[in-house]
Design a protein around this ligand. Structure first.
Ligand code: TYM
Length: 354
């Protein structure tokens, strides 16, 4: 048994070079939740001088039905969203998952490591499958194993995500620990979730107790990165709120999920703390705060959507970037997968295999 693999803090990743990995599903347009909870933070990490690997997880997207043409479009548009938000394909590795076979191959190994009971506990499966679990794809159930493979194929040590991915990252840690213990190795790092900032859980604009999501049937519940200024202003104007003015302290947001959400969004967009936002707007009504928030969101998001439109005019260039990123990703993941297969006991005699 390998003791170091069971440690839950820094020593579990200490021998590994720091590397950041994260992904977003191209299963529709990107939302303000994706932007504030993930993308904006991916850009900050890129600028911290650590190697950053970012992936459009198209294999994850097909765990629920995707029209093939729409999926291709959404993948390219999401890539444009990454670049428009500040991901530099020269400094970060940016690619789509299905172009690097190691993800699916390692996921199979992890299907054989993870236990049924672990996956049954995943709240996201319960939420997505709902009462229709018998009709859900096997892929939707096994999805967290693929997510673990995404991360561990790169020996990534840090994974920036929104709050909703926390349980999946705990599973990733459990898989790494079990693999290391089963085979008596210190092979996979026990990754650190990086869930930080004011907007780790952006809520629906229609219901402050539900997450903002690209799959919500109401478009008014979310801001899309492709929304124009009018749509953004209208959505914030119509956002559900209570009748009270904003409180004078952050504690005053307790029990007011809609108010808290809008304050958090403002704080994240402005790179300020919720306390600083309350210091400015405390005591003011939503008639003042909502237009200020809409103006700020337009100011921050307009350049991104304009740049996305510009990039989408040259799809061949986006495909070239994703292809080049996939080559670089493959060069990292393939040797790690090869070592993993060796550890598991696979005969590997093809001369061309890495
Ligand atoms: P996905 O595609 O649902 O979301 C992508 C990222 O955006 C964050 N996010 C949010 N953050 C704050 N508020 C919200 N309302 C909100 N909605 C989404 C998510 O937390 C996530 O960070 N399973 C993942 C994709 C994935 C992945 C990975 C992530 C696949 N493999 C490996 C990290 C590492 C997912 O479905 O995210």
């Amino acid at each position: 048994m390998n003791e170091s693999a069971t440690a839950s803090t820094a020593p579990a990743t200490a021998r590994f070079r720091q590397r950041i990995f994260s992904g977003i599903q191209p299963s529709g347009g990107l939302t303000l939740g994706n932007y504030l909870g993930a993308l904006k933070r991916f850009v900050e990490k890129q600028d911290e001088g650590i190697e950053t690997v970012y992936c459009l997880v198209d294999l994850h997207a097909i765990t629920v039905w995707q029209d093939p043409e729409k999926l291709r479009h959404a993948t390219r548009e999401a890539a444009a969203g990454f670049i428009a938000s500040g991901i530099d394909p020269a400094r970060s590795i940016l690619f789509n998952q299905s172009q690097v076979a190691a993800h699916a191959e390692l996921a199979w190994i992890f299907n054989c490591v993870a236990r049924m009971g672990w996956l049954r506990r995943m709240t996201q499966f319960k939420d997505k499958a709902g009462k229709n679990a018998e009709e859900a794809s096997v892929g939707l159930f096994a999805y967290p194993n693929l997510m673990a493979a995404d991360i561990l194929a790169y020996h990534a040590t840090h994974v920036p995500v929104g709050e909703d991915q926390k349980q999946h990252l705990e599973l990733t840690r459990d898989i790494a620990i079990k693999f290391n213990n089963d085979f008596g190795v210190d092979f996979f790092p026990v990754v650190e979730p990086v869930i930080e900032g004011a907007a780790t859980r952006v809520m629906s604009l229609r219901d402050g107790t539900r997450k903002m999501s690209k799959s919500d049937p109401s478009d008014m519940s979310r801001i899309n990165l492709t929304d124009d200024a009018d749509a953004i202003a209208q959505k914030f104007r119509k956002a559900r709120t209570d009748p009270e003015p904003l409180p004078e302290t952050v504690e005053g947001l307790d029990g007011r999920p809609e108010a808290r959400n809008l304050v958090n969004i403002y704080a994240a967009l402005a790179d300020r703390t919720p306390a600083a936002v309350i210091a400015e707007f405390g005591g003011k009504g939503f008639g003042v705060f909502k237009p200020a928030l809409a103006d700020l969101a337009v100011e921050k998001l307009r350049p991104i959507s304009a740049e996305m439109t510009r990039l989408m005019a040259d799809v061949a260039e986006i495909d070239r970037i994703l292809g080049a990123g996939a080559e670089r990703a493959d060069a990292i993941a393939r040797p790690i997968l090869a070592d993993c297969l060796d550890i598991v006991g696979m005969v590997r005699s093809r001369p061309a295999h890495g």
